[in-house]
Design a binder for this molecule. Structure first.
Ligand SMILES: [Zn+2]
Length: 265
């Protein structure tokens, strides 16, 4: 069964299925993706979905946020037949409202990356609508995936791999942005160019430096907090995937541009 829905595992989420999987090594015009793509099935309450899983940072976390092969990852998923992508990720919080352990679904993006190739279109200009960067159908499925899922607001994506200074972090918070992350772009923008539905599902691992008077964000604390909550996050993702109709209608595929090296079918 061709997978129409995918999950891109973030930091700390490297495996998704308990049962058997098929492994797909897909070459792309942009090189290989972060890892072979696993395809398996999820069944809950009589509904079965074929799902693709790709660990964003590789199976051994060999890709840093600024070296993830984003173009290859998204292209390979679409080549495999995927049309809808849930994108879990670790985030820092810029507001006390969203404390560590919170699962939040952002609704907007701010691009603070500096060095990443963020488009498939290197030739004549192709301008893709991105006012609302996330798929409303997938956002709703993620929001309903558990009783305590929070509205995430705007997520700003920084270049990394360093964390923010206190001044940067305070400035982001003053803008009203609520989450900070290192991988949400260009992934979401590339998904839109490929006419894929896409939604981020964020797990808050820490309060960012601007609102926490402590010693600043440390990577080991981020990984530890993610590890504490990865089981809960996975449960939410499974419920969101099973609740999503693979062919649910939305506007994400509405662009009139041609796909880069891919058929519409
Ligand atoms: Zn959509």
């Amino acid at each position: 069964m061709e997978p129409r829905i995918a999950v891109i595992g973030g930091t700390g989420l490297y495996r998704f299925f308990d049962g058997p999987t098929e492994e797909h090594s897909i070459d792309t015009p942009y090189g290989p993706p972060s890892a072979p793509i696993s395809v398996g099935t999820l069944t809950r309450a009589g509904t079965t979905r074929s799902v693709a899983f790709l660990p964003r940072h590789g199976r051994k976390h060999e890709f840093a946020p600024h070296t993830v092969p984003y173009r290859a990852n998204m292209w390979a998923l679409r080549r495999l037949g995927v049309r809808k992508v849930f994108a879990p990720c670790a985030v820092g919080s810029l507001t006390a409202r969203l404390g560590p352990g919170t699962i939040a679904v952002p609704d907007q993006l701010v691009d603070r990356t500096t060095s990443r190739v963020s488009t498939y279109f290197d030739g004549p200009a192709v301008h893709v609508g991105f006012a609302d960067p996330y798929c409303p159908v997938l956002r709703e499925a993620a929001r309903r995936s558990g009783p305590n899922v929070a509205e995430g607001g705007a997520m700003t994506v920084i270049e990394g791999p360093r964390f923010s200074t206190r001044a940067e972090s305070r400035w982001y918070a003053q803008q009203g942005w609520s989450l900070v992350n290192m991988t949400g772009l260009p992934e979401a923008a590339l998904a839109r160019e490929l006419k894929l539905c896409y939604a981020a599902v964020a797990l808050v691992t820490d309060l960012d430096a601007g609102i926490d008077p402590g010693d600043g964000v440390r990577a080991e604390d981020v990984f530890a907090e993610f590890a504490r909550n990865v089981g809960t996050l996975t449960d939410h993702l499974v419920r969101a995937v099973v609740a999503t109709e693979p062919d649910a209608a939305c506007g994400c595929a509405a662009g009139e541009h041609e796909l880069p090296g891919l058929d519409e079918a």
